[in-house]
Design a protein around this ligand. Sequence first.
Ligand SMILES: [Zn+2]
Length: 518
Amino acid sequence: MRRLALALILAISARAAAAQATAADVLITNGTLYDGSGTPGRRADVALRADRIVFVGDAKGAGITAARTIDATGLIVAPGFIDPHTHAQPDLSSASRRTNLAYIMQGVTTVATNNDGSGPVGIGALLAKWDSAGIGTNALLFVPQGSVRGAVMGMSDRAPTPAQLQQMRALVERGMREGAFGMSTGLYYAPGSYSTTEEIIELAKVAAAHGGIYDTHQRDESSYTIGLLASVREVLRIGRDAHIPVHFSHIKALGADVWGDADTVIAMIHAAQREGISVAACQYPYDASGTSLVSALVPRWAEAGGRDSLLARIAAPATHARLAGEMRDNLRRRGGAGAMLIVSSRQRDLAGKRLDAIAAARGTEPVEAALEIIRTVGDQSVASFNMNAKDIDTFMRADFVTTCSDGSDGHPRKFGTFPRKIRDYVLDRPVLTMERAIASSSSQPARDLQIAQRGRIEVGWFGDVIVFDPKTIRDLSTYAEPERLAVGMKWVFVNGKAAVENGVPTHSLAGRALRFTK
Ligand SMILES: [Zn+2]
């Protein structure tokens, strides 16, 4: 009897669902669907209603009709991409750039930001601001540990007192309560670099208690301080001791000293996973990182106390000599002055030039030229060509590696990452299959960041859906023109609303400020 009642209820609710689906807002037909799960493409139609996916399958057979039908013949239908590492916060908070066009035109419908341990500490206020102003993509936040430390201890390189540690814990706790998805660090950068592993573990435990993750720009991606492999071990230890899933931001082997270490890093991570630690990573498909002159060349001890202290150390002959000596080694590590390109500078004589050319024009050597620039016009954004193609391929093939842009001004990755991965690593060169490239840009980052009901094409999930042309998809952004929008996205839906229609952006603000819930 009870089974009969259950069958009846199921039949009624199935009919109700079918009735809802037949009245869809948007029907995407005849496309090849990659649903994000990593399975190969298949012929399937997708229907959207309000902010949800309401049907996947054979629309004709199921009698689905919709207010708008899109013929996706020859096109690929996929979940909207999810970028676990961006610096989109200023854009999302800006009246003129909150549509997040750089990402929308790549098919990215959700971005994480406040990575690298930097960004506003007030999570709730920022999310509320986005709620009221509107944003073009969905967005989520991490509690930025570097900013937390800065708020409590300034640029001090000392260990925190028990009271200071308690204050930092309280800030992380507040951020998590206000909706952050975890805590981010930038242990390469000051002031995060002044934190010991133990200090980070104490704060990561707070994020873990709320179910969040630990996202890190690790202490050393190269041979600067503890070295790449010891740095990887530190991240894994934080995961183990704080009982928190760890996420390596922009995994790489930076500089000739560590080229070829990708296989070793992958083996270490697989071993940690077998041990039960949850480990993931993301990667951008470029051989140059985006950083700044100070971050790339100046040792952290010289930054302690802030810019005035740095300037005093540059001016004093004794510290100047030590500083310049260490900077020469850092420049060598990164491939020399010819591998350091100044980008997006307001200084005409600097923008688009490499440090070797700048030094030659000034009749000085590269490190002295860099110090002069830092002293007189301030820190400059740079593209630092320091990765090799083999390591990039090796990391990309690893099963735990997803796609992230780390988008920053002046580097083409902000406008090009996702289409570039498909163009260069799937279509032009068979590094990945299409289904793997799509899964690593959608369901996998959703799982790693614990984003609910996004990253896959599934009935009942949010209507973040993209339709792109595999014949034309590509990045157009370059180091000379980093802000050229990508091409090939025909339709981009964010929460069921079109952000791109037939290749043209609508400038809609259908994104949502996402709050983490366990
Ligand atoms: Zn970073």
